[in-house]
Write a protein that binds this ligand. Structure first.
Ligand SMILES: [Zn+2]
Length: 205
């Protein structure tokens, strides 16, 4: 069975034209393509929400206050903690730029990272001058990636102060980070059992 192309998936998710029967047929049979499609639909939705909702000054202020209250740490995880490195599989910013899509500075985008037994998906959406990140860790082997997961975002650019955003995932491996400043980050995801995952050099724009 031939999978749906990235073009087909993007077109169906972003243009609300009717998908043909063959497309729908494949989606109902293929969990891989179905998952990709659902995630692209979420991105399309996030983009249209970003279009519609300009946050109020009060909202922005509240988020800034929240981020200033978040705990800061001066050092990353101890050296002895085993880590698996995840690599970038997809960055929808490249794709959207190719298609000439812009959303007036309010850009939502999707990053997909992969490691041997997990995929990590990040949906980044704008809220005023900061960003919020909705993430999901999808594991083929739940024994290796037991939720709740501890998720830490470390600012890595020398100009940024040493900021850390921390949150915990729900039992399904979903998490959310609010009030994230623009910049470069490393993300460390630590499961209840097993080695931590490390994603390096994420550019939040
Ligand atoms: Zn498929």
């Amino acid at each position: 069975m031939k999978h749906l192309s990235e073009d087909q998936l993007y077109t169906a998710a972003f243009d609300s034209t009717d998908a043909d029967a063959e497309f729908i047929d494949h989606l109902t049979q293929c969990t891989d393509c179905h998952r990709q499609f659902t995630s692209l639909q979420r991105l399309a939705q996030a983009l249209s929400v970003a279009h519609r909702s300009q946050p109020s000054n009060a909202q922005i202020e509240r988020y800034q206050q929240m981020s200033s209250l978040l705990p800061r740490k001066s050092s990353a995880l101890p050296e002895w903690v085993a880590q698996i490195r995840a690599t970038l599989l997809q960055d929808s910013r490249q794709r959207l730029a190719l298609q000439g899509m812009r959303s007036g500075g309010q850009q939502a985008y999707r990053l997909l990272y992969t490691a041997d037994h997990v995929d990590i998906e990040l949906l980044v959406d704008a809220l005023g001058s900061s960003r919020h990140i909705e993430g999901e860790v999808l594991s083929a082997d739940e024994q290796k990636m037991q939720s709740p997961l501890l998720v830490e975002l470390y600012a890595t650019h020398p100009d940024q102060s040493e900021q850390v955003w921390t949150t915990e995932s729900n039992p399904q491996g979903r998490f959310r980070l609010d009030g994230v400043a623009l910049g470069a980050y490393d993300v460390i995801i630590t499961p209840t059992v097993g080695p931590a995952l490390r994603i390096e050099g994420i550019q939040i724009t």
